[in-house]
Design a protein around this ligand. Structure first.
Ligand code: NAD
Length: 674
């Protein structure tokens, strides 16, 4: 076997791409969190095809050795990750000046990719998975090596086209074109089932990009904390009189896992008492030691005693209960404890394989039963959901406001025969968080998760951007209409406290919710600061796909669209095309993300602000469209808040002319088909 020298510098290794000499085999790093073995779906012939596909990245002299190794990976892990080709250098976002590149965009994108794969950020770093169990940046390490090489050598007259992690190559384009165009998991519509993903991903021809994984825009847990805090704050506003604060009032929920673990921290930011049940002691302890939840309780009696004390003292506090959430709903009712807000973030999008643990079984008993007696386990899950819903219904009769957190709780509860349907037997009796909260209060006005990364890697730059964003937001608030005052106020508070909340993990990044005006003005202030040297290196702008325009997802982002168009995906496609010719540095469009393969089309962008005049023009043009595209679609669907927002925008922007709906009176329709 030949072996490569390892003394190459980081820059040289990037420029090398696939090494010239076959690197030595290397084992997986045991201490890292690894992706579970994937389901076996390929026939013998298809397995051969998967190996043939994988080997096309390498010279034929290596094929006989690599074929055996890749076959072993396929059998053992269900995928071919090509572990041998994982580079030896440390994986993390470096200051932008350390990347070898001919364009500032190429260097910035390399930084963002390395952040998505940083072991302190990524869920399964050696399998190139950033979050969500299957949210991939690349399918294998050969794709990573080639893509980094392309990004390093790309000029301003070229664009890199990424097919689900595979770099198809650099194509001639122009300075104005995006430097990278990304698609992930785009399938012929009839081939979008869960098993299709298993099969075509195992063949090495597609991947699940989630949202910010395959679009190089993940910024660690900060994004989810902010979104959850906004949701909890606004939910309290729905239920409390204006004069009352959430202090001493209960938010009861479940889950201290990947995203759900943000709930107690968000509850503290919102200023309430969060009671969060978690059956997995390891998950609860991890969040406690990370400081994401204030106290851990292992018996329901101590939990109840502590909750009562917190209510009496009007505290802001988060309590984790190591146990089943069903017990909490039931015992709190018996104790007469009033719950102001209730939700659930168990992983019910995955009910039969550990997403939801049924009441009455210990965590260990449940794990054994789901593997050894899946039929009985399914019955237990459904029985538990019926119990949970019965308890929730009793609380709700007393005034508890319960909402679904986009985790398929109501969907699975309805399938289990739980009493969750409303009188018309079509709708659920409880709303989802987008229907009631994020949709009408944020997305319809254009507020969404605007984020940025300081490519110097210097925390002082981040501090300066926080100050700039704060002063822009305060200025806008002074003349903002009543309808958006609350959103402005919440985000001013957030950005004021952002540094002390200590949420940076990985790159120096920040998130806040802003509308088109806010996003453009903040971006313009950053660009000027880069130009004047106040900020020492370019800023990357982007957003989550969980936003006003980028995502068509009928059970989440677009669940508050009621004209039937929630099952169409025109908005997301227009968005990615529209952003790409208005100045985005890179664009992405994905199948999947959040709620599952085949259930959503979601898109995102990245934009590099290098302080130039051209960047100033690009940011204005693109950010305007990136927000107003979604508002126009929401207003055409007759959403009141979106109608307000788009009319206001048309007054300010004479070049914007949007088709507005005529509202039909109910009486015109009454009796038409009787
Ligand atoms: N936070 C958000 O903004 C958001 C938005 C949309 C959807 N979601 C959804 O929320 C769900 C959770 O996401 P995650 O990343 O935290 O998943 P996760 O699997 O990491 O965490 C879920 C946790 O729930 C615990 N759990 C399961 N059943 C329980 C029970 N009966 N009682 C107490 N604890 C129980 C599990 O042990 C696990 O730790 C997913 O379905 C996700 O799609 C979250």
């Amino acid at each position: 076997m030949q072996s490569s020298k390892t003394e190459l510098s980081f820059r040289d290794e990037i420029l090398l791409g696939i090494p010239k000499l076959l690197p030595p085999q290397r084992p997986r790093i045991q201490e890292l969190n690894h992706a579970p073995k994937r389901k076996e779906v390929l026939s013998r012939e298809e397995k051969k095809l998967a190996i043939r596909n994988a080997l096309r990245y390498f010279p034929s002299a290596w094929h006989s050795e690599l074929s055996v190794e890749f076959a072993m990976e396929l059998e053992k892990y269900g995928r071919i990750y090509m572990y041998r080709f994982k580079p030896g250098y440390k994986m993390h976002a470096r200051p932008i000046s350390e990347y070898p590149a001919k364009t500032v965009e190429g260097a910035a994108i390399m930084l963002m990719i390395q952040n998505n794969l940083d072991p302190v950020v990524a869920q399964h770093p050696e399998e190139l998975i950033t979050y969500g169990g299957n949210g991939a940046v690349f399918q294998n390490w050969a794709q990573y090596l080639l893509s980094m090489q392309y990004l390093a050598t790309m000029t301003t007259e070229q664009t890199l086209h990424m097919y689900s992690g595979h770099p198809m190559g650099l194509f001639p384009s122009s300075r104005e074109a995006p430097r990278v165009v990304i698609t992930n998991g785009m399938m012929i519509p009839n081939y979008s089932s869960q098993d299709d993903w298993e099969k075509f991903n195992a063949l090495g021809v597609t991947q699940y990009g989630q949202m910010t994984a395959g679009s190089y825009m993940y910024i660690g847990p900060q994004g989810i904390v902010h979104g959850t805090a906004i949701t909890v704050m606004n939910a309290f506003r729905k239920v409390l009189p204006k004069s009352e604060s959430p202090n001493g009032k209960i938010f009861l929920t479940a889950g201290l896992g990947g995203m759900s673990g943000a709930q107690p921290k968000a509850g503290n930011i919102a200023g309430c008492i969060t009671v969060c049940a978690e059956v997995n002691e390891a998950a609860a302890t991890k969040r406690y030691t990370q400081g994401w939840v204030d106290e851990l309780h292992t018996t329901i009696d101590t939990l109840i005693a502590r909750t009562k004390k917190a209510i009496n003292k009007n505290e802001i506090l988060s309590l984790a209960y190591v146990g089943n959430v069903v017990e909490v709903w039931e015992r709190f009712y018996e104790e007469g404890l009033f719950i102001h807000l209730g939700s659930d973030q168990t992983s019910l999008h995955n009910p039969w394989a550990g997403g939801y643990y049924p009441a009455g079984l210990s965590f260990e008993e449940a794990n054994i039963m789901m593997a050894e007696n899946p039929e009985l386990f399914k019955e237990k899950v459904q029985e538990s959901l019926r119990r949970q819903v019965n308890a929730i219904n009793k609380h709700s009769e007393k005034g508890t406001y319960f909402f679904d957190y986009g985790n398929a709780f109501l969907l699975e509860a309805s399938r289990a025969g739980a009493d969750v349907m409303s009188e018309n037997n079509i709708d659920f009796r409880y709303p989802s968080y987008v229907q009631d909260i994020l949709g009408p209060m944020c997305f319809d006005f254009g507020f969404g998760p605007f984020r940025w990364v300081c490519t110097s890697g210097n925390p002082e730059d981040l501090e300066k951007t926080d100050e700039l964003a704060l002063s822009v937001m305060e200025k806008i608030r002074d003349t903002a209409p009543e309808e958006i005052q609350q959103q402005m106020q919440d985000n001013i508070k957030w950005i004021n406290e952002a540094e002390s909340n200590n949420l940076v993990v990985g790159s120096q990044a920040r998130i806040l919710y802003a509308d088109a005006e806010g996003r453009i003005k903040i971006a313009e202030a950053f660009n000027k600061a880069v130009s004047s040297g106040k900020i020492s290196a370019p800023i990357v702008l982007g957003r989550d796909h969980h936003d006003v325009s980028g995502t068509d997802s009928p059970f989440r982002e677009t669940s508050n669209i009621y004209d039937g168009s929630q099952f169409t995906a025109d908005m997301a496609i227009h968005n990615v095309i529209g952003d790409s010719f208005r100045g985005a540095s890179w664009v992405s469009i994905h199948n999947g993300g959040g709620v599952g393969w085949g259930e959503v089309i979601n898109g995102g962008f990245g934009m590099v602000l290098d302080g130039s005049e051209a960047a100033s023009k690009r940011l204005k043009n693109m950010l305007f469209y990136d927000v107003n595209n979604g508002i126009s679609r929401r207003s055409w669907a007759r959403n009141k808040e979106a109608l307000f927002a788009i009319k206001r925008e048309m007054k300010r922007s004479p070049n914007l002319r949007v088709t507005l709906p005529n509202i039909v009176a109910d009486k015109v329709l009454d009796g038409l088909f009787e």
